[in-house]
Design a protein around this ligand. Structure first.
Ligand code: SF4
Ligand code: SF4
Length: 117
């Protein structure tokens, strides 16, 4: 019987099978990525957020959940304005974090110690 709607696909994430190589590489370049407490201050102030859904908090969570397509979509919307860096209560250089993620995506040659502005 067609009810005109269907169940939403499961949003469950199997953390045992997630490829964390991208996140681990980011942590090597930007160790502060591990101290994010997901407070959402970066999301609330993000210049691109209202138009694109960009959120550093969601980027970091997405990397740990293997949601690569969602992460890439958000990264492409970032304007590198740096507002998120100014409000982060943990003092994470989120702008640099985003730059490093873009470098990792664009070029596999970024190594430890590189990528710091
Ligand atoms: S403001 Fe900083 S601590 Fe808060 S969610 Fe964003 S990156 Fe994480
Ligand atoms: S640097 Fe990017 S993520 Fe941070 S506030 Fe600006 S547009 Fe948003």
């Amino acid at each position: 019987m067609d009810f005109g709607f269907s169940l939403a696909p499961s949003s469950a994430v199997n953390l045992d099978t997630v490829d964390l190589s991208r996140y681990n590489r980011l942590v090597r370049l930007e160790p502060d990525a591990r101290i994010c407490m997901a407070c959402g201050s970066c999301s609330a102030t993000c210049t691109a957020g209202p138009f694109s859904g960009m959120s550093v908090r969601k980027v970091l969570l997405g990397l740990q959940r293997g949601q690569d397509a969602q992460v890439n979509r958000m990264l492409s919307a970032c304007m590198l304005c740096g507002k998120c860096t100014m409000v982060c209560p943990r003092g994470i250089n989120t702008r640099n974090l985003i730059l490093n993620l873009c470098r990792i995506a664009a070029d596999g040659s970024v190594s430890k110690g590189e990528g710091r502005l």
